[in-house]
Write a protein that binds this ligand. Structure first.
Ligand SMILES: [Zn+2]
Length: 195
């Protein structure tokens, strides 16, 4: 009868915290799992455009210094990507830094023209087939991105700060410190956190 009792509240008020928590927990965590994905892709694409223009514009002003844009490799066959990945995973510093490097990676062609991707359960990098009539080429930045996925410890956030930190580290060692600076600065500009 006494509806003004302080502990009665309104149905909305009393149920709000509990229901909000119950409703939000799973989807929110799922979103968090790959919350940086778009920013990471945008940053990589921006860096790729700089590499693509480097024949005509070999110098770049970045973070207050002028750098010479290094060479990014291109691969003409799936076999070449496989050889590159095998050699990368055999590098001593890679093995000493990431235990997952002991797991061999398989490179296979995926049907159609979809982007490259990594399948963790099969430790496989799938790369797209021929693109129109032009010569097939897989670029080094894409392969290193997929290798950075391969080296992730179990349970790590996909494209999270740790992933980006590992990718930036790898790019610095493999392509060079200029490429590392380009990628790190561009990631920050795009709002992707680097762990
Ligand atoms: Zn990825």
């Amino acid at each position: 009868m006494n509806q003004r009792r302080p502990d009665s509240g309104s149905p909305g008020d009393s149920s709000a915290p509990g229901s909000r928590r119950a409703r939000g927990s799973h989807p929110a965590r799922e979103q968090q799992r790959d919350s940086q994905r778009t920013r990471v892709y945008e940053a990589e694409h921006a860096v790729m455009r700089i590499f693509d223009r480097s024949d005509n514009y070999p110098l770049l002003q970045i973070a207050g210094s002028t750098i010479t844009i290094p060479v990014e490799r291109k691969f003409a066959s799936v076999d070449n990507v496989q050889i590159y990945c095998d050699a990368f995973l055999a590098l001593r510093w890679v093995r000493e830094t990431w235990p997952r490097a002991q797991v061999p990676v398989v490179v296979r062609r995926r049907s159609g023209q979809q982007a490259a991707h990594y399948e963790r359960a099969a430790a496989t990098i799938a790369v797209p087939g021929h693109v129109n009539a032009s010569a097939w080429a897989m670029r080094e930045l894409v392969v290193l991105h997929e290798l950075a996925h391969h080296l992730a410890p179990a349970g790590e956030q996909t494209h999270g700060p740790e992933f980006v930190g590992r990718l930036v580290h790898i790019v610095g060692e493999i392509i060079g410190p200029e490429a590392q600076l380009m990628l790190r600065v561009t990631m920050s500009d795009m709002g992707a956190r680097v762990g």
